[in-house]
Every structure is written in structure tokens, then in C-alpha cells.
Design a binder for this molecule. Structure first.
Ligand SMILES: [Fe+2]
Length: 262
């Protein structure tokens, strides 16, 4: 890793939309996968009473605390989504975690390991980069945009998952110039959505596969992700053939604001 590839988030680059809250229509998505309570509307203005990132983390611990099982069927994703919606992005809260390694499509920065119940992390997306299409290994994935814009493309599962013995780093830049195998069936796109600062979205294997992309040619993007239960391995999928690969073990570039990657 070269030091010139490492870039901490610059608060002065925060886009103006990051300080406002937008109501995210995630309740309909959650209802496809798990029962959820009505979501309260997001706050639309800054106030001294708005939760900080620290209080958001504390509230998540209360919901996913020691009495909650790790089985995702027992976890109320709607409650976590509501908490994530109530937090209004403030770069003073998260800039210290938002490290960019521009040799990757995106950089995984762990904030809190949830005592084994969840992983809360900040992903820093290099400009014009995207994740591979992937699943979430049975976990709930809740994503909030902190800065910039991110495009989520949702795909249906292939009729049959054929996994090769290969594995690939899930944070590596995605290049899909030509199919790696003959045959196969292209994945079907079920939804394509652009998310802006403070919007929240949710995905689970019961909804489908997805790809996240920072479409901007000019600036990076930053997002807050909660995965519960936490997972280390998932599958990635080739769009043109549906062929699956293991993601390899997902590692972190930094933990609690300290780089841990050589
Ligand atoms: Fe994902």
C-alpha cells in the first residue's frame, strides 16, 4: 500500500446536500423481507437534539444487545433503519474514520464490532468505482449515505448458483470486459436507484443481490453500513453469466480510525 493512495476524508469537500435529511422509502423494501414497525419520518432540520454518531452507535447496541439472538430472523431491521434515518450526517462525526485507499474500488473502515452482534463500518468510495455484484450471506445490510451519491443496482438471484473454486477481493476494482466462461445466463436487473446524502436503504438475500457504485467522476462518496449478524465471506457474481465466486475474507483497512492494513 502506498501512502499516496491513502486519503483521509476532507470535511471541506462535503457536498452541500449532506447537511439535510431526506426521507428514505425503505419501509416498503423491508416489508418484503421481514416484519417491521412503522418508520418515523426523518428529521428535516438540524437541531441540538439530533443524535450524534456516538448516540446512534449506543442506540444500535441497545437494539442488538446481549438479549438478541444472532439469527437474522430474530432481528428487527426496521428499528435499526429508523435509527439510521434519524441520524443526520455530520462530517465532524465520521471524517476520522473515512479513509480512502484509491488502489481499491472502495475502502472498508470498521467503527464498531458490536461485541460480535454486528459490524458498523464506513465505506469510502473512490470516484467512478463500483463493488462487484454480491450477496450478504443471510445478514441484514443497512446503508446510509453520508456524503456524495451512490447508485444501487438490485439483481434477481440466478436460477441456479454455480460457484467456481476461485475467490476474488470484494474491494478490488471491477473490470468486466468479457465473460469469463462460455454460456451462463445474464443476471436480471430488478431495480436501479440513486441515493443521496442521508438516505437509507436496506438489502437482504431474500430481496436479491446488489451492486453499489459511485458514479461521480469528480468526487468520492462515503456511506455508513450496518451488517447484522456480521459476516466475513459472501459471494460475488459476474453480471453477464451469473457465475459466482467466493469473495475471499473481507478485511478492514482501518479499525476505529487507525489503519491496520499494510
Ligand atoms: Fe452490499
Amino acid at each position: 500500500m502506498h501512502s499516496d493512495q491513502i486519503k483521509q476524508f476532507d470535511p471541506s469537500s462535503l457536498s452541500s446536500s449532506s447537511s439535510s435529511s431526506l426521507t428514505a422509502p425503505v419501509s416498503a423494501l423491508v416489508s418484503e423481507a421481514v416484519p417491521s414497525p412503522p418508520l418515523s419520518p426523518s428529521s428535516s432540520s438540524s437541531s441540538p437534539n439530533e443524535p450524534s454518531l456516538t448516540s446512534l452507535i449506543s442506540d444500535i447496541h441497545k437494539v442488538l444487545g446481549p438479549d438478541q439472538g444472532l439469527d437474522s430472523k430474530n432481528i428487527d431491521a426496521g428499528e435499526i433503519i429508523r435509527l439510521m434515518e434519524q441520524y443526520s450526517s455530520n462530517s465532524k462525526d465520521w471524517a476520522k474514520y473515512a479513509m480512502f485507499d484509491h488502489s481499491r474500488a472502495y475502502t472498508r473502515n470498521l467503527i464498531d464490532d458490536g461485541n460480535g452482534k454486528f459490524n458498523l463500518m464506513i465505506l469510502a468510495w473512490s470516484k467512478n468505482q463500483q463493488s462487484p455484484i454480491h450477496n450478504h450471506s443471510g445478514s441484514h445490510c443497512i446503508m446510509k449515505i453520508l456524503d456524495g451519491e451512490l447508485q444501487e443496482t438490485l439483481y434477481d438471484w440466478p436460477n441456479r448458483v454455480e460457484e467456481s473454486g476461485e475467490s476474488a477481493d470484494i474491494t478490488a476494482a471491477v473490470v468486466e470486459s468479457k465473460p469469463s466462461i462460455d454460456g451462463g445466463v445474464p443476471l436480471n436487473v430488478s431495480r436501479d436507484t440513486m441515493y443521496h446524502a442521508n438516505q437509507v436503504t436496506y438489502v437482504h438475500d431474500s430481496i436479491g443481490l446488489h451492486r453499489i457504485k459511485n458514479p461521480s467522476q469528480q468526487q468520492g462518496a462515503v456511506s455508513l453500513h450496518l451488517y447484522t449478524p456480521p459476516y466475513q465471506l459472501c459471494k460475488t457474481f459476474e453480471e453477464k453469466t451469473g457465475k459466482a465466486r467466493s469473495s475471499g475474507v473481507c478485511t478492514f483497512y482501518s479499525v476505529k480510525g487507525t489503519p491496520v492494513c499494510d
